[in-house]
Design a protein. Structure first.
Length: 132
C-alpha cells in the first residue's frame, strides 16, 4: 500500500473501529446493533447462537438484561436457515423490512459472506416485484 493508503487505513480503523483489510467486527463498530442484526450476522458467518452462549454473545454487544441471551437465541433461530431469510413474509411491508435488515448488516460481513446476503436481497426484491 502507498503511504497515503496506509495512513487512511490507520485513521479510518482508529476512528471507526473498522479494519478495512479484514473487516473485523469490533465493539465500537457494533454498539447500537439490534438483536435481529446480531443474529443475522452470526447466521451469515455460520456461527451458532445457542441457549448456552446466547447470554455471553448478547452481553458482548451491550445487552445486559437477564433475558437477552434467550431473545438473541430466538432471533437467531428465525434467521439461521436460508429459506427463512429469503422466503416470503406474507406482506409487502414485512418483505421490505427484511430487505432493509439484510442491507443494514452487509458492510459488517466478511467479503466472502456478502455475496450470499446480496443474492438473498435480490430474491426478496423479485418476490416484491412479482407478488405485490
Amino acid at each position: 500500500f502507498s503511504r497515503f493508503t496506509k495512513k487512511l487505513i490507520y485513521v479510518f480503523k482508529n476512528d471507526n473501529g473498522i479494519n478495512l483489510l479484514e473487516k473485523e467486527i469490533t465493539s465500537s463498530r457494533t454498539k447500537g446493533l439490534k438483536m435481529s442484526q446480531i443474529a443475522l450476522i452470526h447466521s451469515y458467518k455460520e456461527v451458532s447462537i445457542t441457549r448456552d452462549n446466547g447470554d455471553k454473545i448478547s452481553y458482548s454487544f451491550g445487552f445486559t438484561s437477564k433475558n437477552s441471551g434467550e431473545k438473541l437465541y430466538q432471533q437467531f433461530n428465525k434467521y439461521c436457515r436460508a429459506i427463512d431469510r429469503k422466503g416470503d413474509e406474507g406482506t409487502k411491508k414485512k418483505n421490505e423490512n427484511k430487505i432493509v435488515l439484510i442491507e443494514s448488516i452487509i458492510d459488517l460481513l466478511p467479503n466472502n459472506k456478502q455475496e450470499k446476503a446480496n443474492d438473498e436481497i435480490k430474491i426478496l426484491k423479485n418476490i416484491l416485484e412479482s407478488q405485490y
